[in-house]
Every structure is written in C-alpha cells, then in structure tokens.
Design a protein around this ligand. Structure first.
Ligand SMILES: [Zn+2]
Length: 108
C-alpha cells in the first residue's frame, strides 16, 4: 500500500490531473488497492479530486487567503519577509491564482 501511494503521488507530481483509470494503469496495482490508496491520500490531505480538471491532483497546502486546498497545478507561491532582520527566515505561502489576484491584483 505504501508503495502504491508513493507511486500515485510521484505520478501526479510529474503529470496531473489524472483520472482513476489512468492511475490504475500507471500503478501496476488492482483497482481496489488504488481506490484504497486514493482514499487514504485524500484523508491525509495530500491529494484531491479536482472537478474542474476532471482528475486527481496533489495538494500543495492550504490557501493563505481562503483556506481551501491548493492543487499543485494551480499553485502560486508567495514569499514574505518583513525585511528588517535578515536572520529571520522568510515565510512561504501557497495560494490560488484568483486569491493571489485579490491581494496583488494591480501588481501584475
Ligand atoms: Zn484561495
């Protein structure tokens, strides 16, 4: 199961979204095992079914603006540092393109 999950994640990181049939074909496991792996990965918040793209995608994290999952294919990253202390590590946030526009709209 662990190997199947790892395989699904690495497959989706290289090429997503992918539908259930594609993931079964690519994982060399039977449908029951793939379905169980997908269920576990969604519960662990590492993968989501993305209706708009009609397939499974990996999840990069929760959006800094709206709090919803950000699929890797839409992920925008913003690095924020306060600029006053170079020893303080800057923080990286993930967000959706539309949420990014809400904040940085006129900068693009
Ligand atoms: Zn968002």
């Amino acid at each position: 199961m662990k190997a199947v999950k790892r395989n699904i994640i690495s497959t989706l990181e290289m090429n997503s979204p992918q539908g259930f049939e594609e993931l079964v074909a690519g994982s060399h496991a039977n449908e029951d095992v793939v379905e169980e792996a997908l269920t576990e990965l969604q519960r662990e918040n590492r993968l989501a079914y993305h209706g708009r793209h009609d397939g499974y995608v990996t999840v990069e994290g929760d959006c800094a603006v709206c709090g919803q999952q950000v699929p890797n294919i839409e992920c925008q990253r913003v690095t924020v540092s306060d600029g006053t202390d170079s020893d303080v590590a800057s923080e990286e946030y993930v967000l959706h393109p539309h949420c990014r526009r809400v904040i940085f709209g006129s900068w693009e």
